[in-house]
Structure formats: C-alpha cells, structure tokens
Design a protein around this ligand. Structure first.
Ligand code: ADP
Length: 244
C-alpha cells in the first residue's frame, strides 16, 4: 500500500558510474549503511520478465537488443516504487534516470515528496576500465572469473577448478567495452548537466585506484559535508548509521 511520504526530507542518492566502475558494489555497500532500499530499474525489469507479466513482455525484446525501455514504462515503475513505505527513509537509485525525460520526471517526483536528491558520480579513467574488463577471463563450465593482472589462473588460460579453457566474455571484448563507454558518455553527460543546472548537489568521487571501502568512505564524507547525512563518517564495518 502507498504510504504518505510527503516532506520527509530524506536523501535520495542517484548513482552514476560507467560499466566497470564498481557502481553495483557501492550501491550494495551504501545499502548496508542507509535505511532506504537500493532501487535498480534493470533488476525491477528483470523481475517482471521472470514473472512473465505485461510489463515483462513489453520490456524483454528491448532489453535483449540492448535498447532502452520506453520512458513512460520505467517512470511509472519508479513512481510506484517510490510511493512505497520503505522509501520514507530515502533510497539509492541505480540505472535510473537514463534519459533527460526520466531525469526531469524524477526530479519533479522527488520535489513533490520533499526528498533531497544528491548525485554521486563515480569517476574512473576509461583506459583503466578497458584494461580491467578486457583482462577478465571466465570459465565456461563453472563460471569462475579470473583477472589476468590481479587474480590469474595457476596455469595460463586454464580454470583452476575444472581444467576447462577460459574464455573472454562477449561483452568484455575491448571493442564492445569502448562502445559501452561511448554510450554511457552520451547518455550520462546531459543528465549530469541537467542535475547540475537544477542545483542538485553532486559528488564527483574518484573510484579508479581506491579500494571499494575507500571509495565508500569518500562518498560518505562527501554526503556528510553536504549535510545529507547527520552522522560523521562511521568506521568501515560499523553498524548501519541513521539518516537525518
Ligand atoms: P546495464 O548496466 O548492463 O545496462 P541494467 O541492469 O541497468 O544493466 O539494465 C539492463 C537493461 O534494462 C538496459 O539495457 C535497458 O534495456 C533496461 N533499463 C534499465 N534501466 C532503464 C532505464 N532507466 N530506462 C530505460 N531502460 C532501462
């Protein structure tokens, strides 16, 4: 049932980061510290596809083709989700908004409810991402992932666990990675500009060399100094902290 969540003043973190920037990891780490849910439109759409319902049927072919699902559809999904009681304490948005239309609809929705949005932009050098992703190898039998630089198999090209020949995933090929990064740029830059012009606080967080915990700490410090989170940055591994 929809709750009355007007004027909560709770923070809504809008996460942006290119493929390979550790966005999913940060969303999960932030989720452990904040009260609100992690909302990923990609996950929501996949749930509808698994359920085989009307929304899933509309989305499935587009997703398979790597195309965006229509704005009206995702906007409605998010509108409904945001009106649920667990969002009162705020939320983390991941994979939404992806177009200027979605960004404008979201901002209006958050304003209507009195949320305080903040954009977190994970910045990573693209050459580093290409190196990181194109150095990944996967076992086609058991699915184990290896990294040629940080976690190589014991024998080159062979899975430690079952001896199968490792492969490069189709979407980890360098040309595909570069295409995904170009797409990310063309989608994201206008949206970041839109939020900047609308006066939404924006944290640019260098996520290239730091460990996931260090990146989390930088995000937390930024949110604290922007006044979005009440407490001083907790120690890594501390209990979840409250929100303002
Ligand atoms: P990825 O980060 O690999 O694109 P996601 O799980 O975020 O994965 O999204 C998977 C697919 O779901 C996208 O390729 C797109 O088809 C669809 N999708 C997810 N979020 C949106 C959105 N905000 N607007 C339109 N389509 C979306």
């Amino acid at each position: 049932m929809a709750a009355d969540i007007r004027h909560t003043g709770a923070p809504v973190l809008i996460l942006f980061g290119p493929p390979g920037s550790g966005k999913g990891t940060q969303a999960k780490l932030l989720r452990q510290r904040l009260k609100g849910p992690h909302i990923s439109t990609g996950d929501m759409l996949r749930q509808h596809i698994n359920a085989g319902d009307e929304i899933g049927r509309r989305a499935v072919q587009l997703i398979k083709a790597g195309k965006l699902v229509p704005d009206e559809l995702v906007n409605e999904l998010v509108r409904e989700r945001v009106s649920q009681a667990d969002c009162c304490a705020g939320m983390i948005l991941d994979g939404y908004p992806r177009t200027l239309n979605q960004a404008a609809v979201l901002l209006k929705l958050l304003e209507e409810h009195g949320f305080r949005p903040a954009v977190i932009h994970l910045v990573v050098d693209y050459e580093r991402i290409v190196a990181r992703l194109s150095g990944r190898r996967q076992c086609p039998v058991c699915g184990t992932l290896y990294s040629l630089t940080t976690n190589p198999p014991k024998a080159p090209g062979i899975c430690d666990l079952d001896g199968a020949h490792l492969v490069t995933r189709e979407d980890d090929r360098e040309s595909v990675i570069r295409e995904r990064l170009r797409e990310y740029d063309s989608q994201t830059v206008p949206i970041l500009n839109f939020f900047r012009e609308a006066g939404v606080p924006m944290l640019e967080v260098g996520a290239g060399e730091a460990s996931p915990e260090q990146v989390l700490q930088k995000i937390w410090d930024g949110l604290t100094s922007a006044g979005l989170i009440a407490d001083a940055a907790p120690e890594v591994g501390a209990a979840p902290s409250g929100l303002k």
